[in-house]
Write a protein that binds this ligand. Sequence first.
Ligand code: NZQ
Ligand code: ZN
Length: 387
Amino acid sequence: MNDFEFFYPIKNYFGKGSAKTALKKELPKYGKNILLAYGGGSIKHNGIYEELIELIEAAGKTITEFSGIMSNPTYAKVQEGAALARKHQIDFILAVGGGSVSDCCKAVSAQAKLDTDLYEYEYTEHKVPKQGIPMGVIVTAAGTGSEQNAGAVITHEEKNWKGALWGTAASFAVLDSYYTKTLPMKQVLSGAFDTLSHCMETYLGAPREANLSDQMNESVMRSVIVNIRKLKLDPENMEARSELMWASAMAENGILKIGKQTDFQCHMIEHQLGAYTDCNHGCGLAVIHPELYRHLAPVAPKQYARLAVEVFGVDSLGKSELETALLGIDQLAAFIKEIGLPTTLKEMDITEDKILRAVADTTVLMPGCAKKLTPDEIFEILLAVKG
Ligand code: NZQ
Ligand code: ZN
């Protein structure tokens, strides 16, 4: 295990009705002006909006609404939110939604306190924002774990770039699985697969020898797989929804990453696919993962074999490490198919080689990946899953 410093500042309120408990305890700590941020309107159809308005008003706060945050939130939307926050002298941001709303608000929080353009500040001046408007996240779609950290994944449309901006971590997160009940099953599954992806991308980083973080991670991965299956059989299974919600948080709260240099190469490819096509994040990951791993397993067969045995139940008896590793990847691919996520880019209406080439040429290469890929290798991997 690598040396590490670990600090985890986010208070989690978990369980049915936890928004009420959280807002009663937390809102009195902040000023009067609240920015209530949400997406395209799902919270207005499922009762969450009314419930929260009542709680915020009961705390004596003034509400400014910041709505219409889209999936794969854009940099322009961040600027809109920051301008709104400045104009209304916002004291606290309450983000209500999935990863997109949470990410947008983490960046809004930082940009609102900064005179410089946030992207330039981070990517040209190489600085990290030191302050932001305090915020809380109420999760209505689990999977990204965005509510557990300060990283915001934002699409800069003018630059054809989708990547991380360092923003503000929430002071608290509300994890009530009942709030996810109206989420379309396709999004439930793509979110849960995103969690599995975060776990694998952490597990397959360095060091590549077994360690405590990896062993905890194996448990989370097994749990995600079991509970996705349970939820597919019975979407009303609240225990399975809760388990997936906490697994999502565990994958991104830093605990599984302790002492690891993470991989996240699949994410970097998918993010650029998102930059060029605005595709669904979890679905993009589902398409890329198996092929990418078939490409990488020969470089780190022992590590991929461990994943195969511990998570996908492959029997390694009489097999080489690489044979075991590849059987595990077959199991991963079969699982993706079983739960109905796409296995080709064609199923996601992504068909143009020109786009795949642009994705390959702009993908960030990750130091924790088993191999430093070339743009040509990434292009080949994308062509192989084109379908
Ligand atoms: O906008 P509304 O109307 O609310 O609808 C949303 C949206 O259409 C809907 N939804 C959310 N809660 C619902 C609901 N519909 C019915 N009932 C509910 N309770 O779900 C749709 C998808 O929401 P979105 O937030 O876009 O999904 P997700 O949580 O998967 O977030 C995806 C974004 O997060 C980024 C992704 O790249 C993508 O931009 N990620 C953020 C990460 C982070 N900050 O740590 C890590 C991830 O790897 C990921 O990159
Ligand atoms: Zn992800």
